[in-house]
Design a protein around this ligand. Structure first.
Ligand SMILES: *Cc1c(COP(=O)(O)O)cnc(C)c1O
Length: 424
């Protein structure tokens, strides 16, 4: 049977144990949303937990900090406990707080201690720009020159990184390594366990950006012995635009004085003593700064229930079947139209999205959008497609790829300019 036949996709959907979760989300009937790795869709549970939280403000006023179903004062930690299984951490090692970039700043302010000849930060040339901006500014804040103190591992093919190259760059001059769990373009998964072990053998602290891996790929940060990690909750975790980020600090490092101190990092019992000398919390809570963005964390409460029910193992399994299917359809329908697949072929290296390249990518994305398929364009010529396990179906992947084939066959993209929009 052809992969692109309706029956093939239907059989996959019938056998899909997670199919029922689609009804938990607001799906627009006229569109096929394949952009959940940039901004996940709203679920009814997330909406409910946000409305519930507004209700606690409405009814309790100031007492909402300590009363109601989700007392605000304890929310960052309680959500951290619920999120811990998604990163393979102990409950006290995770906090839902801040944002990706702010949490990276906190981690580097805390753990980047240039000393003697060990003064450099190791990153990679495919890293997300915001991470690199944060790393360079942290280097400058120490009075050092990023040109000299940022070691950037090169990619051999422009899409992926070789763990061997990264490990070769782990010299005695490197103090901290900051790497992605899943690369935001090609979707390559780095072997975080191996990299952590290699860093530690060389006296280097290591942290991972999990923005594109959390909620899509399982992790075992605690068992891998990773030092720290940080992430957002608005991509695969479906927390909504600007929803609170997360951070992980390995319990071995508890007690390290927070580089960016603020009263919400205090021991909860002491915080309201209003003492001018801070008593930091004894766990990952110490790395919070000010009053948490409660309304931006509220949708995450409902969203995490879905992950608990579905289980990250089953999510990953379906995600791989979806990306296998999408890649198979590229082979069946799009051969000869100038596409190349830049995502790793092997399951162990492939994250939750597929990255296609095409010289006309910007306007192909525009044409897809006009026809109801929501992709994600990444300059200069990338098309990211994320079939999400919790809400996308095999039939949607099939339809999306047939639409793409028709766009190519009839050159429907040529009516657009090959330029990106403001948000891409
Ligand atoms: C989405 C993303 C970010 C975004 O950072 P914010 O502070 O949440 O805006 C950072 N790094 C990576 C790798 C990302 O994918």
């Amino acid at each position: 049977m052809k992969l692109s036949s309706k029956d093939y996709a239907a059989a996959q959907d019938v056998a899909d144990e997670l199919a029922g979760f689609r009804d938990e989300f607001y799906i627009q009937p006229e569109s096929i949303y394949l952009d959940g790795n940039s901004l996940g869709l709203l679920s009814k549970r997330a909406e409910a937990s946000l409305l519930d939280l507004l209700g606690s403000w409405k009814q309790l006023g100031i007492d909402g900090w300590t009363e109601g179903k989700n007392p605000w004062y304890y929310m960052a930690g309680r959500l951290g406990e619920k999120m811990a299984p998604l990163v393979g951490a102990e409950p006290e090692e995770v906090m839902v707080t801040g944002s990706t970039t702010a949490n990276l700043h906190q981690m580097l302010a805390t753990f980047y201690r240039p000393e003697g000849s060990r003064t450099k930060i190791l990153a990679d040339e495919l890293n997300f720009p915001s991470d690199l901006y944060a790393i360079k500014s942290q280097i400058k804040l120490r009075g050092l020159d990023p040109q000299e103190h940022l070691v950037s591992v090169k990619s051999r093919d422009g899409h992926t990184l070789s763990e061997d190259d990264i490990i070769t760059a782990m010299t005695g001059e490197v103090a901290v390594a900051v790497l992605p769990g899943v690369l935001y373009r090609s979707g390559q998964i780095l072997d975080m366990e191996r990299l952590t072990a290699a860093a530690h053998e060389r006296g280097i602290l290591i942290g991972f950006d999990l923005c594109h891996s959390i909620g899509s790929v399982p992790h075992a940060l605690h068992d891998w012995n990773t030092d720290f990690a940080f992430w957002c909750t608005y991509k695969h975790l479906n927390g909504g635009p600007g929803s609170s980020g997360g951070l992980f600090v390995n319990r071995r490092l508890f007690g390290t004085e927070p580089g960016l101190a603020g009263w919400f990092g205090s021991d909860k019992e002491k915080q309201f003593d209003m003492d001018h000398v801070m008593t930091p919390a004894g766990d990952a809570a110490a790395y919070q700064v000010g009053t948490p963005n409660i309304l931006s964390a509220a949708p995450v409460i409902g969203s995490l229930e879905l992950f608990e029910e579905a289980g990250i193992g089953r999510i990953r399994e379906k995600s791989l079947r979806l990306t296998d299917y999408l890649i198979g359809l590229v082979g069946e329908l799009l051969t000869g139209y100038g596409f190349s697949i830049a995502s790793p072929a092997g399951h162990a290296q492939r994250g939750g999205h597929v990255y296609l390249e095409h010289d006309e990518a910007a306007r192909i994305c525009r044409a897809l959008k006009e026809e109801g398929v929501i992709p994600d364009f990444r300059a200069p010529k990338g098309i990211r497609l994320a079939p999400v396990a919790l809400y996308n179906s095999f039939e949607e992947v099939r339809r999306a790829m047939l639409i793409l084939r028709d766009i190519m066959k009839e050159e429907r993209y040529t009516k657009f300019e090959n330029r990106r929009g403001i948000i891409a």
